[in-house]
Design a protein around this ligand. Sequence first.
Ligand code: HEM
Length: 458
Amino acid sequence: MTTTARARTTASTVLRKPPRLEGGFPFIGHTIDFARDPVGLLQRAYDECGRVAQFKLFGKSVTLFTGPEAHESLFRLPDEVLSPTEAYKMMIPVFGKGVVYDTTPERMYEQLHMMHPALRQNRMRTYTDIIADETNQMIADWGDTGQIEVCGFFGTLTSFTSSRCLLGEEFRNEMSEEFARVYADLEAGIVPIAYINAHLPIPAFRKRDAARKRLGEMVSTIVERRRTSGISGEDFTQTLMESKYSDGSMLTNHEITGILIANMFAGHHTSSVTTAWSLLELLRAPDYYAKVCAEVRDRFADSEEYGFSAMRDLERTEWAIKEALRIHPPLFMLFRAAMQDCEILGYQIKKGDWVSVSPIVAHREDAVFRNALEYDPERYGPGREEDRVPFAYVSFGGGRHKCLGNAFALLQMKTIMAVLLNNYDFELVGDPITTDFERVVLGPKPPIHVRYRKGQRG
Ligand code: HEM
């Protein structure tokens, strides 16, 4: 696929104006429709205007671009032209001052890419052991039969796995209860009103700020203890403690905390809801569920070592997760702010406007994914590989800001599914399965119960 993305001033070129979506009110535009049914609004914009659609949200003009070519054009423009930092400013009180979205593009790039050593293959091996161990602990007292509420179950499990892999053993062992409270307060501070003003004097933001302060103290305690005792870990915290900026300076405790929180936020809820969807979608497709169970049970028939290489063998399991993620991408709308007048695919974008890619709308295009509305994990299999078209599958974004944790996330979700399906059979009990549109990260709406029974091996 070729790119026609060019960033330049538009004075001398005649460019098209993006088609505008009908309706909306002065200033707030389509914000009320968005608050009521965000995906409905985006889908309507696509249905009525096509692959380029403009509407107004939170007082901003937003142009939605859909389709692999448009995604590529948008994701390839540099931060100086299309800035994520400017669009995600609402996260600054959560991550902290001077960290990630409150710094220059170069500094942000350096900070986020300091995580690379923690995401290398040799580290991944240690994480699969941790994730399998945490999953086994969660099911240790399940007995032969019972019932779980899947959203709560995966929320708790992934908070244990993320806190242990990212923050370290100490958090998991000593601070997990307080950590869960503090983290919940931080998360509850991410509400759509923050796009307009993230510093309003409302209880949710006051709690968010107190939680950020406390989490900073908790991380500092761990960092200081490790520094003075000489004990180290194989986690993200240790990686950041040992990292240096290109000018040779080390990170402050405040920066370490902010980068860890950014990764927790990027990775925890997204993985939790995707694991829940992966199980729920499998249970709605009994034939494919049977194939995945057989794959898992065959692989672990002789040994229950849930290691990195074993996970590589679980290709049908991976397709199931990818398909759940295609149909239900938790980050359903990705934003950039135009820092200067620019052009995307011949359309004029004005300085100050926002542009967006919506993975959920993009993944519903039949022209890109055959029978796109159907759950069909085999679309990733040999001969089809529909996710191979560049910039078609955008659950993890694309380009310079593509998800840094995608391999870790897939490994984590696969390991959890492998341990569960190797030990138990599952079935739905009949709760309605719908999406929770009240959250910024979309997931299944609780409560959704699932019955389990000790599994019969092949
Ligand atoms: C199912 C799980 C996940 C999904 C669906 C997901 C999705 C995404 C998406 C769509 C983006 C791009 C955002 C944009 O372009 O505006 C992104 C960025 C990012 N993700 Fe993930 N993510 C997941 C898990 C993780 C995990 C586990 C980590 C860390 C361990 C992580 C770390 C990051 C970071 C640091 C970025 C920012 C990259 C940058 O701006 O340069 N993510 N993620």
